[in-house]
Design a protein around this ligand. Structure first.
Ligand SMILES: Nc1nc2c(ncn2[C@@H]2O[C@H](COP(=O)(O)OP(=O)(O)O)[C@@H](O)[C@H]2O)c(=O)[nH]1
Ligand SMILES: [Mg+2]
Length: 366
């Protein structure tokens, strides 16, 4: 029996991890075994800790995207097979990556077609971000080379999923769908909400369909590399502790305000800023997300109780200099810790711009 291989792409903050967890629930309810693969340019991922907290088997591929670490992807699948024997793999590529059809989907099909049935490539979008990129709405956004990467992601999709339908009225929804269909005629377009579950069954059904075997798109790797490198990345893992117990939710909120205010003042566009705080005792997890500089922070998960010691993970991706992102995050952390009587010891921090993508394989046809 071949396992299904489902890849869910889309830009940073589109809702890939949320949607992957929905898919995992869906397949588990059908009695199937799932294995998840998260991916990032660096270690210490909020996504991995969120997926692991839900109890799903997960492998993390760090230090590069699937396309540049293709062998790590298949090795991770082999490890999952050994440990959990999944019959569905759910893989989330790095949100700043494109050309996945030529560098992952087609190579998987051609080289590992006996092991996997490769599902159509889904690309999720945040509706606000997409409306701005497509010129339907005015507002802050990314510079042209970052937008190039964004548009290339859409161009190669088998299925474009306009996510977060709960944020749209009927008119906005059809305007966005129409614009996407006009601009990307090869893609199936649908609107759903990974958060509320609305219309997800339509997406799930389409995943069992065939992939479009069109020739891979043209990509200007210089523009792609420059666009990707305009995005700064910062990851930090921090041990937080206090002699008396403290309110972890308030701590995260205050830290987010500190980072957000400073980035706004510097006119830096946030792609995705996410944090988790997990107390050392118990299995609870607080999550905070912010997906645009002019949006509000969201907290899909809160801690039920105060904590005295825990681990904070900060993942920030924004169109700005990594040194600035680090300085901003550390200043906000210091301020928040001091105000709350909390000590914050940095266990790991890294900040960088992604290097030039150099795919292991590139196949123009399936
Ligand atoms: N309103 C709304 N928010 C969503 C939905 N799906 C995801 N989000 C939020 O979007 C943010 C980014 O989600 P995440 O899954 O981490 O995105 P990723 O970077 O693409 O993996 C988080 O705050 C999610 O809670 C949705 O359907 N509706
Ligand atoms: Mg994610």
């Amino acid at each position: 029996m071949r396992a299904d291989y489902v890849m869910v792409g889309g830009f940073l903050g589109a809702g890939k991890t949320t949607a992957l967890l929905r898919l995992a629930e869906h397949f588990t309810a059908q009695g199937r075994r799932v294995g998840l693969i998260t991916n990032d340019q660096s270690q210490g991922l909020v996504d991995t800790s969120m997926v692991a907290a839900k109890g799903y088997p997960v492998e993390e591929i760090t230090g590069g995207c699937f396309c540049c670490r293709f062998n790590s992807l298949t090795e991770a699948s082999d490890r999952l097979t050994r440990d959990a024997r999944p019959d569905v793999f759910l893989a989330e590529p790095v949100g700043s990556c494109t050309d996945l059809r030529a560098t992952v989907q087609y190579p998987l099909r051609r080289l590992y077609g006996d092991d996997y049935r490769v599902a159509p490539l889904s690309v999720l979008v945040d509706p606000k971000r997409a409306a701005r990129v497509l010129g339907l709405e005015q507002g802050r956004g990314f510079s042209p080379k970052v937008q190039y990467v964004y548009e290339k992601q859409l161009e190669e999709a088998d299925i474009i999923v306009v996510n977060k339908s709960d944020l749209l009225n009927g008119e906005e929804r059809s305007a966005l769908e129409d614009a996407l269909r006009r601009r990307f005629p090869r893609a199936q377009v649908l609107t759903a909400s990974a958060r509320t579950g609305a219309n997800l069954s339509d997406w799930f059904d389409r995943l069992s369909g065939a992939i479009d075997t069109r020739p891979a798109m043209d990509v200007d790797y210089d523009t792609y590399a420059e666009g990707e490198a305009l995005l700064g990345w910062l990851n930090a893992t921090v041990d937080v502790a206090s002699a008396t117990s403290f309110d972890g939710n308030a701590f995260l909120d205050r830290l987010a305000v500190g980072v957000h205010t400073r980035l706004s003042a510097k006119d830096i566009e946030i792609a995705h800023f996410k944090m988790t705080l997990s107390p050392d005792s118990g299995a609870d997890l607080a999550v905070l997300n912010l997906v645009r500089t002019d949006a509000r922070a969201e907290t899909p998960h809160r801690l039920a109780e105060d904590l005295s010691r825990g681990e904070l993970i900060v993942n920030l991706r924004a169109e700005g200099d990594p040194d600035t992102l680090k300085a901003v995050a550390l200043a906000a952390l210091e301020e928040t810790a001091a105000a709350g009587g909390v000590t914050a010891a940095i266990a790991h921090v890294e900040h960088f711009r992604p290097g030039r993508p150099q795919p292991t394989h590139r196949m123009a046809a399936p």
